[in-house]
Ligand binder design. Structure first.
Ligand code: 0RA
Length: 647
């Protein structure tokens, strides 16, 4: 064993240590402030935080590989081949006697590199620092390979240092980097089991956004074993190809460009497909900006301008013709916009909207110049883009006529509410809930089971139209879709105004079988496409009706699914009574339905979040798009799994 790193005040405990422990204690008191929640999203945030630090090291040009492992004992290990956190004492005065490793892991917001180089993330919940992970862990081990040595420091529950940084051996030849292994604190989080799919989706996104960076994943948990590796030499160009892979591209080429300024840069990749939906995904410093913001605004404005300018110059639009609208130009567009900047301002409901005005002008200028040039250099592709927008424009005026028809029709139906809606009494949208229930008979039970003061019921019969494949004009003619739009009361498509919604919770209540899951997916696709803000702002929920019930003594217990049944059997090894399996909601009587699924004090609702909209878009497209083979594959490998919508 080698000499330990020199440390003054070894073992002594100064005033500074107390402040540090107070900082970590503050994180433990209010975890939500630092990682968003103590639910699944907050738990996974711990991994994102550690990985983000390694990605920063990669962005600074010092790291080419990151490995994430979910360990058999419930821990998570993140290793990189960066420079390694410096084991020497921290240069700042107030931390003078401490290794930088210790400072990075115990001082809030100290994760950043002291040189001030690179672009540091500052907004929202992101970039809170690895010390937050330490505070919320039951145990954490930091290992650093640097200067030929293997350094190690361990922390107990809540981030309490167990001694100082020690050199525990030699580093393998040429090896540098940082490895953080942590075990989330089971007394902080509701559940400490990581979900591989959630981690994989995030890692893949990070790999797309960081061209050439290799990100490996290994699940070592018994029964979950798998390995995965991502590395994209084309970066966001590959991301666009990937998103369009389940669709039919309008042409083979992906347009891409980048531009940088003193303290910010933008990169854009785009390609149209023959579909009708807009798939614009933006990121700031590697964080998804699901609510858009200045970078999206700049891009959209310039895209509209550039395509119209081109269409006029080439005589594809005549003098008497109106300009093509932005929506028409973006129909079938898949685009990734990623910006990196020094001081991002994250705004909006979910802190997922970029507020920096200077970024708008950078993106607008870049798009005007570079996409303009791209169109000039690719006349055949450019012509197809204009033709597609012209078609969209024609379809849109047909849709407008269909919408006017709905408006006139609902005006005739009195208050404008669909006949099938059993509305609630309250007119306060914040406390109002709409249950969309599959089938008329289940709808009847739900009407009896509800609390009519706050809960409205809308039965939906059969399968609503497949939104991904239908043009909006056809979709709007569907009676079920019309009833939905009228009940929610906030319009549809580009006219949707989330401030007008009549219910703050829109809950999907469908059978636990394949048909039910299909209808749920169709409804979610519809909301995601046509009422995007409803999803983005967290108003959509999935009910969790039980699949089984059984008698325990005289009490009836309800059991959510097969996993819960297995748990129940493990906890009650001598259980003899039969399990009743509910084939559909219709088999439950109304008080069962009320008690298990609707009663606000007893039910569990899954909130559908827009945070991972970019990835969800792909899932929806695979499921709903034209490619039957891909769709079959998806359904067979993910049957009955709705949890991908959870986080
Ligand atoms: C502080 C300073 C330097 C690097 C890091 C921290 C660092 C932190 C993490 C966390 C995970 N992986 C990491 N890699 C590096 C700068 C080091 C230098 O100037 O040599």
């Amino acid at each position: 064993m080698s000499e330990p790193t020199p440390q003054s005040d070894r073992g002594s405990y100064g005033a500074g240590d107390i402040t540090i422990l107070e900082g970590l204690e503050a994180v433990r008191k209010r975890p939500g402030m630092y990682v968003g929640s103590t639910g699944a999203a907050g738990l996974h945030h711990l991994i994102w935080e550690v990985v983000d630090n390694s990605v920063d090291e990669a962005m600074a040009g010092h790291c080419t590989r990151i490995e994430v492992a979910l360990l058999a004992d419930g821990g998570c290990r993140v290793s990189d081949n960066g420079r390694g956190i410096p084991p020497e004492n921290h240069p700042h005065r107030q931390h003078r006697n401490k290794s930088t490793i210790e400072v990075v892991l115990t001082v809030l917001h100290a994760g950043g590199k002291f040189g001030g180089s690179g672009y540091k993330v500052s907004g929202g919940l992101h970039g809170v620092g690895v010390s937050v992970v330490n505070a919320l862990s039951g145990r954490l081990v930091a290992e650093v390979y640097r200067d030929g040595n293997h350094h190690r420091m361990e922390f107990a529950k809540g981030g309490k240092p167990q001694g100082k940084v020690e050199v525990v051996g030699k580093a393998p030849r040429g090896r540098t980097g940082t490895t953080i292994t942590f075990w989330p604190d089971a007394t902080v989080f509701d559940d400490v089991e990581f979900r591989a799919q959630t981690v994989l989706e995030r890692l893949q996104m990070m790999a797309f956004l960081n061209k050439g960076l290799e990100i490996r994943f290994k699940d070592e948990r018994p029964g979950h074993e798998q390995e995965m590796a991502y590395r994209y030499g084309g970066g966001i160009v590959d991301f666009v190809r990937h998103l369009n892979a389940s669709k039919e591209a309008l042409f083979k080429k992906v347009a891409s460009f980048e531009q940088s300024e003193e303290d910010q840069e933008v990169e854009v990749a785009l390609q149209w497909n023959t579909g009708f939906n807009e798939g614009l995904h933006s990121f700031a410093n590697g964080i998804a900006t699901a609510e858009g913001g200045m970078h999206e605004e700049g891009f959209k404005k310039a895209l509209t301008n550039v395509v119209n300018r081109y269409a006029r110059a080439k005589g594809l639009l005549k003098e008497k013709d109106d300009n093509l609208s932005g929506e028409d130009i973006r129909e079938g567009l898949t685009a990734i916009i990623t910006v990196r900047l020094r001081d991002p301002q994250f705004e909006g409901q979910t802190k997922a909207k970029l507020g920096n005005v200077s970024t708008r002008s950078l993106v607008e200028r870049a798009t005007n110049d570079k996409l303009g040039t791209w169109l000039e250099e690719h006349p055949s592709e450019a012509r197809q883009v204009v033709q597609k927008a012209l078609q969209a424009s024609r379809a849109r005026s047909a849709a407008r006529q269909a919408r006017d028809l709905i408006r006139r029709k609902s005006a005739l139906e009195g208050a404008g509410m669909p006949g099938k809606l059993r509305d609630c009494q309250t007119r306060n949208a914040r406390e109002a809930e709409l249950f969309i229930v599959e089938g008329d008979s289940a709808g009847g039970s739900a009407v009896q089971a509800r609390d009519p003061a706050f809960q409205a019921i809308l039965p939906i019969r059969g399968k609503i139209l497949n939104v991904e494949r239908a043009r909006i004009d056809r979709m709007l003619k569907n009676a079920e879709v019309q009833a939905l739009i009228a009940a929610i009361g906030a319009g549809v498509g580009e006219e949707f105004d989330v401030s007008k919604i009549r219910y703050h919770k829109v809950c999907l209540l469908t059978d636990a079988d394949v048909d039910g899951s299909h209808i749920r997916t169709l409804l979610l696709t519809f909301f995601y496409r046509q009422m995007t803000d409803l999803v983005a702002q967290g108003h959509v929920y999935v009910c969790q009706p039980p699949l089984y019930s059984t008698l325990v003594g005289k009490e009836r217990e309800y059991i959510k699914d097969d996993a819960a049944k297995a748990r129940f059997l493990a906890e009650h090894p001598n259980h003899k009574a039969d399990f009743t399996r509910f084939k559909g909601l219709g088999e439950m009587d109304f008080d069962e339905l009320g008690e298990t699924t609707m009663d606000r004090t007893k039910r569990t609702l899954l909130q559908v979040s827009g945070e991972q909209a970019a990835i969800a878009d792909e899932v929806f497209s695979i499921l709903m798009g034209e490619d039957v083979e891909l769709r079959k594959h998806f359904i067979t490998t993910n049957a009955a799994d709705v949890r991908f919508l959870d986080i």
